[in-house]
Write a protein that binds this ligand. Sequence first.
Ligand code: NAP
Ligand code: GLV
Length: 306
Amino acid sequence: MRISFCCTGTKAQPWLDGLHAAFPGAEVEVWSAGKPPADYAVVWTPPQQFIDEQTQLKGIFNIGAGVDALMTLRLPSGIPVVRLDDAGMSVQMTEYVCHAVIRHFREFDGYESDAAQGKWTYRKPRMRQDFPVGVMGLGILGERVSRALAQFEFPVQGWSRSARTIPGVQCFSGEAGFNDFLATSRILVCLLPLTPDTENIMRHDTLARLQPGGYVINVARGHHLVDNDLMALIDSGHLAGATLDVFRTEPLPAEHPFWTHPNITVTPHTSARTLREESIAQIAGKIRALQRGEPVAGVVNHLRGY
Ligand code: NAP
Ligand code: GLV
């Protein structure tokens, strides 16, 4: 068996070592143009040439949850494209989103700046019922995040393509449910995959439907959000601010106004990192399942784009 590794921006050797340990008899190597075709590909944003050279693939494993970059390529038909299926990401994402929601709700930024000036200042307690949280995307990450927010007793709404039932979460679905979902949300969390249907979903007219004092947490992809529309709505006072982990261009360019906006918190695409050991174990398990002719979880549906 031959496994080819083609992951942009990823230190290869520890992955090669881990994959080799899982499959001691296999050839495991970093792809470069002209190498023999592989049976399995482990990828992150590979070039089209990599895919074009693979004539005998049995599976493509993406070392992230989002497959938007892969979906822009011409992929061979009939070969499973498999995304990471949690692999330690959902707990990280839950920490990140709960932190951002609670930091905003409890006004920790304000207390921090008071403390920096030596001020012992009380603020009036805010009521949870005034801060309903809407989670767009109720998949592996969004479901866990919404359950955790409900545990903190925030009113939680979720929105997905197909109808879902999650205890403690008011679920909306499809285009028909979108406006009501937005209108009942004050804090909006984006955990959608990036597809033609979801690109620019957070723009002026949709964000304007959030309750006054709204707050945006984007942890999915930068192209879900129209940057200038967000800033205009913050500057007009309709939105209170945003915590953003993902951007249209990454790294976020030095001159981008998000860096210096007082109401926007920026982190460097770090809300849920790929954990190497968990991911290798998951991919190895799925390669073995495919070899036995068994189905695996996390296979991308090309028509839906996720
Ligand atoms: P997932 O399991 O595929 O879940 C996607 C959810 O979005 C599903 O509930 C799906 O609805 C819903 N959805 C998709 N298209 C929709 C549409 N047009 N309208 C309404 N709902 C729609 O994905 P996941 O594992 O939770 O990950 C979500 C995204 O998070 C990834 O695609 C990736 O972009 C991002 N991510 C970011 C980081 C980071 O570090 N910032 C890390 C990991 C992932 P159904 O339930 O009906 O299918
Ligand atoms: C990270 O952004 C991922 O999609 O896993």
